[in-house]
Every structure is written in structure tokens, then in C-alpha cells.
Design a protein around this ligand. Structure first.
Ligand SMILES: Cc1ncc(COP(=O)(O)O)c(C=O)c1O
Length: 424
């Protein structure tokens, strides 16, 4: 462990400079909130980042999820280098697009036709558009506590305790086409759904809310209810796609949606997301009846990285998913044990290789329980970890990657024990 002080001194000075010209001093608001100061990264290698002053951190933020192979996977770096040698070719037709769509077809249960965009937010927006086009209906059902990106169409009820907009400046009239329900409550869905609804969209596992697995039978019931009403079922697998298993949550839980939205881990860290689904559901886009536009969609660099990442995951799936899941479980059980030993109330939940810790909070069992989370204490714990050279997402979310090793896990456990002691 190196002394992290120089990194925070640098981060504070950098933030003062950045705030003068860069909105909130970062390109995404949550990144600007890192405490005690933002880590100004110089380099990422394997599961580590190094800041501008040479301090090394073990990274479990992993780019907020995408870096499933770590910061410098040779297969992805080589693919990017090769692709760069061919010139940028932005907005051109290239063979990688079809190859990537074929790979999705081979790996995801719902995938027959795919379309590429740059971010998960855009992909969810496109998925809704496709659902509206194919059903000829307008209303959408979303669940409280699920997050589907920053665009106005879905940014309501992101927190279980408020059905309101996620931020200032939103088009509040967009809420008129949304019905908000409680995630996990199939009975509530059966009562609310009508033939006015175009789509039901959900995170199949509630990772953003607190790493909560779907209650037994929930996804199956949602599948049956949507089918019987002719409503398109959209799984937002921006996090779970290629992370829970090669075939994502739909493979893990054995329920196939009409459309899935895939992002983050699919691109190993580059900006690419996909909307993929059955030929019937994707028909408006596949035939060109629905306009799918975007200068950077399916750009050769991002497509090459995604192909390399998916091929690597496919070739290594037999050990990779077991390894990252059991490392996450190791950390989860260590957190619970260390907290119990020190008399701290702490919730540690895991879905696959995603792990959520809430400090000063009894074990969270459902999304509804997250209304009681002590967010301040959780952020303080993340800060204490950062001081000890371990970076997690400040709201207590952590991801494992194929690049983490046993030494990282042991060092992290020691940091966790010390951080719990520090916040007592
Ligand atoms: C489940 C889910 N959907 C959509 C998004 C939005 O993706 P992006 O940030 O790439 O726009 C996120 C981002 O965290 C997410 O977690």
C-alpha cells in the first residue's frame, strides 16, 4: 500500500482548476463527487489505476462497470491498435458490424437482429422507440429504483422513495407516458398493465438499486403477463449483459425478453451499446421503417473492441465467471464478518460479480428496503477505502474483473477491515 496523500493533494488542486472551465469539474456529475478528492488517473493497468503522482489504487469502480477484463486487456488493446492502423472510417459500412451482430446472435438467447449505438441511455431510448413502433402503442411501464440512463423518457422514479424526475431541467411531460410500479411485484404489474402499453422495461437484477436478485418467479411472471397483453418486454442488461454470464441475465435466470439492451461490459471499456431482440420485435428497425440514426453508431474502433471482448469472454467463460463471482463473494462475506466483529450494522449484497455495500444499514432484502439506506455513512466508508488505496463507486457499488488477483483481494480485505474500524 502506498501513501495516498499526494493523490488527494493533486486531486484537490486539479478540481479547483477544472471547475473554472469544465462543468462540475468532471464529465459526469457522480465522478465529481469522489471524496476526499477525485483521483486524477494517469494510467490503468489490469485491476489498478495510477494517479498523476504515481499512487496506485486497486479499482473496483471499473469505469462504473464496463472494464470486465480490467484496464488493459491485451486482446482489446491489440484489436484497437490494429483497427487504428486502418484509419478511423467513422460512419462507414464495415464488416465488423455484421460480425458483432452475429456474435450477439450466438451468445444471447433473445438476439436475432441487433442495432448499435454509443451508450446505454441511447440504447434504452431506441428500444422504447422500437417497442412503440411495433405495437402502435405509447405507454411504458417502468419500475421504481431501476435506472435506465439519463434521457428524459425514462428518468423518473429512479429512487424508490420518489416518482419524480431525476434532475432539474427534465421534460416533466415525459412522465405522462410512464407508469411506475414496484420492482418484484408481479401482482401489481398484472393489475396495472393494459393493451395501451407498448413496453415493460426493467433491470432483470436490480443492480443500481442495491444488487438485488429478482424474487423467485418474478421474471417468469413478467414474461407471461407481457406476452398475454401483446406488450414488448425489454430487459435493460446494460450492466448484466456479459457480466452475469456470457448470455447475461436472460441466460442466468432462464427468461427471454423480446428485446435486450446491452452496454458496458460488451465493449470492455469503449463506448458501444446494443439493442438486440427477436426478428418480430425488431421488425420496424430491421426493415428501415423506423429511423435509426447516429454518426458514431457502430464505429469501427468500438466494434473491434467489442468483438475482441466477446470472443475472449466466450473462450474463457468456463473459469472467468466462476472466478469473478467467487472473488465478489469472498469480499462480500469478509465485509459482513468484519462489520459483525466490530459491531457495525452493514448490508452486503451480491449479484454475480457486482457487490453493493450499505453502511449503518440493516441487510437490504428488497428494493423497497433501500429507502432506509444510510447514504452518508456509505459514502464515508468509500472515502476511507480510497484513503487505503481501494477505489469503489462512492455509493457503495463494486465490480470485479478478470484482472483482479488473489493479492488484490487480500489487500482489499485488509483495507475493508481498517475502513470499517475508521468509521466506527
Ligand atoms: C441498467 C443501466 N441502464 C442504462 C444505463 C445508462 O448507460 P450509459 O451510462 O452508458 O448511458 C446504465 C448506466 O449506469 C445502467 O446501469
Amino acid at each position: 500500500m502506498t501513501n495516498s496523500k499526494s493523490a488527494f493533494d493533486y486531486g484537490k488542486t486539479y478540481r479547483e482548476r477544472a471547475l473554472k472551465t469544465l462543468g462540475y469539474g468532471a464529465s459526469s456529475t457522480p465522478r465529481g463527487n469522489q471524496k476526499p478528492a477525485p483521483i486524477v488517473t494517469k494510467q490503468g493497468r489490469n485491476a489498478h489505476i495510477t494517479d498523476q503522482t504515481g499512487v496506485r489504487f486497486i479499482d473496483y469502480a471499473l469505469g462504473y462497470g464496463p472494464l470486465i477484463l480490467g484496464h488493459s486487456p491485451a486482446c482489446v488493446m491489440d484489436a484497437l491498435t490494429h483497427e487504428l492502423s486502418l484509419g478511423l472510417r467513422t460512419a462507414s459500412i464495415h464488416e465488423g458490424e455484421a460480425e458483432l451482430a452475429e456474435l450477439l446472435c450466438d451468445t444471447l438467447p433473445c438476439a436475432e437482429i441487433s442495432a448499435f449505438v454509443n451508450s446505454g441511455s441511447e440504447a434504452n431510448h431506441l428500444a422504447l422507440r422500437i417497442a412503440r413502433a411495433v405495437t402502435g402503442r405509447n405507454q411504458v411501464i417502468k419500475f421504481r429504483g431501476n435506472y435506465h440512463g439519463w434521457l428524459d423518457s425514462l428518468s423518473f422514479g429512479n429512487d424508490v422513495s420518489s416518482d419524480g424526475p431525476a434532475t432539474l431541467g427534465q421534460d416533466t411531460s415525459a412522465a405522462q407516458s410512464l407508469t411506475l410500479l414496484d420492482w418484484g411485484d408481479a401482482k401489481g404489474l398484472a393489475e396495472a398493465i393494459t393493451t395501451e402499453h407498448a413496453a415493460v422495461i426493467l433491470e432483470p437484477a436490480a443492480i443500481n438499486g442495491g444488487c438485488i436478485a429478482p424474487p423467485a418467479g418474478f421474471l417468469e411472471e413478467v414474461r407471461a403477463i407481457t406476452k398475454s397483453h401483446g406488450v414488448i418486454l425489454i430487459f435493460d442488461e446494460v450492466i448484466t449483459g456479459f457480466r452475469l454470464s456470457l448470455g447475461g441475465a436472460q441466460q442466468t435466470y432462464g427468461v427471454t425478453p423480446d428485446i435486450a439492451v446491452i452496454g458496458k461490459a460488451m465493449g470492455a471499456g469503449v463506448p458501444i451499446s446494443a439493442v438486440t431482440g427477436s426478428a418480430a420485435a425488431m421488425e420496424p428497425l430491421a426493415t428501415g421503417r423506423l429511423l435509426h440514426r447516429g454518426t458514431f453508431n457502430g464505429n469501427p474502433l468500438c466494434v473491434a473492441a467489442a468483438i475482441a471482448c466477446i470472443k475472449y469472454l466466450r473462450n474463457n467463460k468456463d473459469w472467468l465467471y466462476d472466478q469473478i463471482d467467487s472473488m465478489a463473494e469472498d469480499l462480500r462475506s469478509h465485509l459482513s464478518l468484519a462489520a459483525a466483529e466490530q459491531g457495525i450494522v452493514l448490508s452486503a449484497s451480491r449479484v454475480g460479480s457486482a457487490l453493493q455495500v450499505f453502511v449503518n444499514t440493516p441487510q437490504v432484502q428488497s428494493l423497497a428496503d433501500t429507502a432506509l439506506v444510510d447514504r452518508k455513512a456509505t459514502a464515508a466508508f468509500a472515502e476511507e477505502l480510497l484513503i487505503r488505496n481501494v477505489q469503489i463507486i462512492p455509493r457503495g457499488l463494486m465490480y470485479l474483473s478478470a484482472a483482479h488477483n488473489d493479492a488484490d483481494i487480500e489487500e482489499t480485505k485488509a483495507a475493508m477491515t481498517a475502513a470499517i474500524s475508521a468509521i466506527k
